[in-house]
Design a protein around this ligand. Structure first.
Ligand code: FAD
Length: 436
């Protein structure tokens, strides 16, 4: 698929050259008890792959990473390294951790460019698994189970697999071609993808079991954006940030025209929120030609869930931040013209031609409402068990990622999905043994 390659969409950080990667890897102290590995939610083989890079053995480095991760080029770009592996590196005590994220990215990109990502394909004899949703959780379950002999089909509602990786995180942080290429690699393990397939509409859990699936995994994320329930919410010009990001992704892939985007060149916009989505929306708006963008946040910089590195990038792009501004009312007549807020120094109205909401999301109930026996909590999150890990209240139906654990991160979705994949394997093996 061709994609829009203008400056708005080009990746904003460059990776390491071969020379830089080897030198960076040589900085590793080879700690006896590697804290970096402890800091990685999926316990990536970090010391091992870094050592291989330092010796120039890039294929070996790639194999160490592939033992744990199906999405190394993605994680190398969007993981919160500063809080995880790099934050735990002993050299971080002096403020100069080994650049583990960039090294992972280098290895993944090198392996692709040099075409050295060959793995043994295992024959599919252990059972048939249906995975619903193709974000990092679904992709991880699919990849892990295919590698140990399960036949896996992934059902995805959207036209292309990838979930938030494709339709949420902007191109300038995570190029879509990188996501597509990691999915292709998962496909080479024998995983089938069925796109434009909304489970709960075309098919439901019962019909899937009727088609012979031994177990199902729900990894459908949190698709419903939260509204801000204050006066004036019906005014024209209030847009969900997730919708904006999805439309920009479609425009970047030449699937819609620029005039279909919910943004007008030169507009003065506000983004309400304090997480990844708010920062991504704000930075995307500036790239797409907004006149000014301010993030309105009810807390201080210290309370924001967005990473410091993301905040710094937003500031250097020109995004303004309004701290301790609590939204009270959308102001305007028919069309939005401002946001009335309470601040520590009193009330004021911030003028705005457009307001984007990035205040969170929750799961849709499409799957659980079209089949029986899958319990959810009061907010719609799927309830799962510890044994077999990740099974819902319905036998054979498992769940993981944001739809269980609330909106988190790519690697947290992967961590849970890995444990659920092990739970699914244990369950299917046990059922088949009892059938003998
Ligand atoms: P998702 O990625 O949401 O995938 C769910 C998939 O299920 C979607 O493809 C959806 O279309 C599909 N689906 C839903 N319902 C159905 C159905 N009924 N039938 C079939 N398919 C269905 N995390 C980081 O670590 N670093 C970041 O920099 C970062 N930035 C982010 C930026 C944005 C804008 C957003 C929104 C999130 C960001 N996150 C980031 C969080 C991270 O992307 C999520 O935690 C992660 O994607 C969750 O993975 P998941 O597989 O559970 O769900």
């Amino acid at each position: 698929m061709t994609s829009n390659s203008s400056i708005e969409f080009s990746e904003d950080s460059s990776g390491l050259s071969l020379h830089e990667a080897v030198n960076e890897a040589k900085r590793c102290l080879n700690c006896k008890q590697p804290k970096c590995k402890e800091g990685c939610p999926i316990a990536n083989n970090i010391p091992e792959f870094i050592r291989a890079v330092s010796l120039g053995n890039f294929g070996e480095a790639r194999n160490y990473i592939a033992e744990k991760s199906n999405l190394p080029a993605v994680c190398g770009r969007v993981c919160a390294h500063e809080l995880q592996c790099e934050g735990s590196c002993v050299l971080n005590q002096k403020g100069k951790p080994v650049k583990i994220g960039l090294l992972e990215r280098f290895v993944a990109d090198f392996a692709f460019d040099a075409n050295i990502s060959h793995e043994k394909i295992v024959s599919k004899t252990r059972g048939k698994i249906g995975v619903i949703g193709s974000g990092p959780a679904g992709l991880t379950v699919a990849g892990d189970l295919a590698k140990i002999g399960f036949s896996v089909t992934v059902f995805e509602a959207l036209p292309e697999p990838g979930g938030v990786l494709l339709y949420g995180i902007p191109e300038f942080r995570l190029p879509k071609e990188i996501v597509r290429r990691e999915i292709k690699q998962i496909e080479t393990h024998g995983v089938n993808f069925s796109v434009n397939r909304t489970i709960g509409a075309d098919l439901n859990v019962d019909t899937l079991f009727g088609m012979g699936y031994d177990a199902l995994f729900i990894g459908t994320g949190t698709a419903v954006s939260k509204e801000l329930d204050i006066p004036g919410k019906e005014l024209i010009g209030i847009v969900q940030a997730n919708y904006l990001l999805r439309m920009i992704a479609l425009y970047g892939a030449n699937q819609i025209e620029r005039k279909e985007l919910p943004i007008h060149t030169g507009e003065h916009s506000l983004v309400i929120g304090g997480g990844n989505v708010a920062i991504d929306a704000a930075r995307s708006l500036l790239r797409m030609g907004a006149g000014s963008v301010s993030v309105v946040y009810r807390g201080t910089r210290g309370n924001m869930s967005a990473l410091k590195s993301e905040y710094d990038s937003a500031v250097s792009d020109g995004v303004k931040f309004l701290w301790e501004h609590v939204p009270k009312e959308f102001v305007g007549e028919g069309q939005i013209s401002g946001l009335s807020v309470t601040t520590p120094s009193g009330e004021l109205t911030v003028p705005a031609e457009k307001i984007y909401l990035a205040i969170g999301s929750r799961p849709a109930n499409r799957i659980v409402s079209t089949t029986g026996g899958i319990d959810v909590d009061d907010n719609g999150y799927v309830i799962t068990k510890l044994r077999p890990y990740g099974m819902t209240t319905r036998k054979g139906v498992f769940a993981g990622g944001d739809v269980v654990h609330r909106p988190a991160t790519v690697v947290m979705a992967m961590k849970e999905a890995k444990k659920v994949a092990a739970g699914i394997a244990e369950y299917v093996d046990a059922v088949k043994l009892l059938e003998l």
